[in-house]
Design a protein around this ligand. Structure first.
Ligand SMILES: [Zn+2]
Length: 432
C-alpha cells in the first residue's frame, strides 16, 4: 500500500509538472464582480480593465489592439514571402490567409482587404490537388472561400464556378467505398461545414438542401455503424474514429462532428437529435475529468491537453450547441467548467494560434460570453487577447507554419480583430 501510495504521489506531481510544461501560469487577476456592480464610477479606475464601468471594451484597449493588428499584419506579410507556395489549405496555407482578410473586410468594410482575400484565394485555387474534401485541409476550403469572395465582389460567374466544383466533391464524400473519415479536419464533417458556410455567407439556396441531407445522412450512418460494431448502440449511438482511435476533441473527434450535426442549418430532425445526438453527447460528458477538462480520446485517461483540437476548448462549443438545441442547463454548466479550465491552463506554451494556442482558447471564452452574456467571460477573453499583444515574447514554441491561420500569427490576428467587436465573433472555419 505504501508503495502504491508513493507511486500515486509521484503520478500527481508528474502530471502537475507536465501541466505547467504545457501552459503558463495565468498572471492576470480574475474578473471582479464587485467592481462591476458598484454604482460609484470612481471605484472603477483600473478595476476590470480593459472593460470600462459599463462593461464595454475601453477605447484605449481597442486602440492598442488595432495598432497591434497593423503591426502583426506587416510581420505576417513579410513572413509569408518564404511560406510554401503550394500549400492551399485553410489550416496552414493560402486559404487561411484569404479567410483572415475576409474577416478584416467584414469588421472594417475596407475594400483593400477584400482585394487581398481575392489575391490569396486565387493562389489557393491554382493549387488544388483533389486529395482531400474538407474545408480545413481539402479542396472544399478554397472553393467555398472562393465562392464567397467572388460573391462579395459581384463576380457571379466565378462564384458559381467555385460552387459547382465544391458540389462535385460530394461524389467522393458520399461514396460508400471511399476511405474519407468523418472528422472535421479531413473528413465529412469538414465538407459539411463548407456547405453550411457558403449558405450562411451567400444565401440559404447557394447549396441545395438535398446535398446537405445526403452528407448529413452519410455522417449519421457511419456513426451508427461503428457504434453497432463496437456494441455501444445503447450508450453512444453515434461513434466515430480516425486512424483507429476514437478521438473526443473538435479537430479529429466526436465533439467536432456532433457540433456540426447539431447546427440548425444542417436540419437534422428532432427525432434524430433526441435519439442519436443527445445520448452521444451525454456519453462524452461522462468522460469529463475531475478538473472539468476532457480526454483527447475515449481510451486516454490523462488530463493533459487544453487545446481547441484536443480538450475542453473544443468540447465547450459542442456543449454550448447542445444547450441551444435542448435547453437543458446542465450543458451550460459543463461548458462553464470548461471555461474555468481554459482560464487556468489556456495560455499555452505551444503558441498563440487557433488549433492549439491561446487565440483558439480565447474563442472558447468568447463563445461562453455569447451563450451567457456574463461579462466575466468577455473580460477573460480580453485578457487572452492582452497575452497575444505580447506576441512572441513569452518563449513559446515556434510552429512549423508560423504565419498560418490555424498554427500561427494569422489566427492570433483573427482573434484580436474579433475580440474588439465581440458580439459578432466567430471561430473561423468552425463557428457559423
Ligand atoms: Zn491542434
Amino acid at each position: 500500500m505504501g508503495e502504491s501510495m508513493s507511486k500515486r504521489l509521484k503520478l500527481v506531481t508528474g502530471s502537475e509538472a507536465e501541466m505547467e510544461d504545457r501552459s503558463f501560469i495565468n498572471p492576470f487577476p480574475d474578473w471582479d464582480q464587485s467592481l462591476s456592480v458598484s454604482s460609484d464610477p470612481a471605484e472603477h479606475s483600473g478595476g476590470n480593465e480593459p472593460l470600462d464601468a459599463d462593461g464595454k471594451i475601453s477605447d484605449a484597449f481597442q486602440k492598442k489592439v488595432q495598432s497591434k493588428i497593423t503591426d502583426l499584419l506587416q510581420q505576417m506579410e513579410e513572413g509569408l514571402k518564404t511560406a510554401d507556395p503550394h500549400d492551399f489549405s485553410t489550416y496552414t496555407g493560402w486559404t487561411g490567409i484569404a479567410l483572415l482578410y475576409l474577416q478584416l473586410y467584414r469588421v472594417t468594410q475596407e475594400a483593400s482587404h477584400l482585394q487581398r482575400a481575392l489575391d490569396y484565394v486565387k493562389r489557393a485555387l491554382r493549387n488544388l490537388n483533389g486529395r482531400r474534401v474538407s474545408f480545413l485541409c481539402g479542396d472544399a476550403g478554397p472553393l467555398a472561400v472562393g465562392a464567397v469572395v467572388h460573391h462579395h465582389l459581384k463576380n457571379q460567374t466565378e462564384s458559381q464556378e467555385c460552387l459547382t466544383k465544391l458540389l462535385q466533391l460530394q461524389r467522393s464524400v458520399l461514396s460508400p467505398d471511399s476511405d474519407v473519415p468523418d472528422e472535421l479536419l479531413y473528413g465529412r464533417a469538414g465538407y459539411l461545414f463548407a456547405l453550411l458556410y457558403v449558405n450562411a455567407e451567400i444565401g440559404p439556396d447557394a447549396v441545395d438542401n438535398n446535398t446537405i441531407i445526403k452528407v448529413v445522412t452519410a455522417v449519421l450512418e457511419s456513426g451508427k455503424n461503428l457504434s453497432k460494431e463496437e456494441k455501444k448502440a445503447e450508450r453512444c449511438p453515434l461513434l466515430y474514429e480516425w486512424h483507429k482511435k476514437q478521438y473526443v476533441g473538435a479537430a479529429h473527434g466526436l465533439a467536432g462532428i456532433y457540433y456540426m450535426l447539431m447546427q440548425p442549418s444542417a436540419k437534422v430532425s428532432q427525432d434524430t437529435l433526441n435519439e442519436l445526438l443527445r445520448p452521444s453527447v451525454d456519453y462524452v460528458r461522462h468522460k469529463k475529468f475531475r478538473s472539468g477538462n476532457y480526454p483527447s480520446s475515449l481510451s486516454n485517461e490523462t488530463d493533459r491537453l487544453v487545446h481547441w483540437c484536443h480538450g475542453a476548448p473544443g468540447v465547450l462549443h459542442m456543449l454550448i450547441m447542445t444547450h441551444k438545441v435542448f435547453r437543458d442547463e446542465k450543458y451550460l454548466r459543463d461548458a462553464a467548467e470548461c471555461g474555468e479550465v481554459i482560464w487556468q491552463r489556456g495560455l499555452l506554451r505551444k503558441g498563440y494560434g487557433l488549433c492549439h494556442g491561446t487565440a483558439g482558447n480565447g474563442y472558447a471564452l468568447l463563445s461562453l460570453y455569447h451563450a451567457t452574456q456574463d461579462k466575466k467571460y468577455l473580460y477573460r477573453a480580453c485578457k487572452f487577447a492582452e497575452w497575444c499583444l505580447d506576441y512572441g515574447t513569452h518563449g513559446c514554441r515556434i510552429p512549423d507554419r508560423p504565419y498560418s491561420l490555424f498554427e500561427g500569427m494569422a489566427g492570433a490576428i483573427h482573434y484580436l480583430s474579433d475580440v474588439i467587436q465581440p458580439e459578432g465573433s466567430r471561430f473561423p472555419a468552425f463557428e457559423l
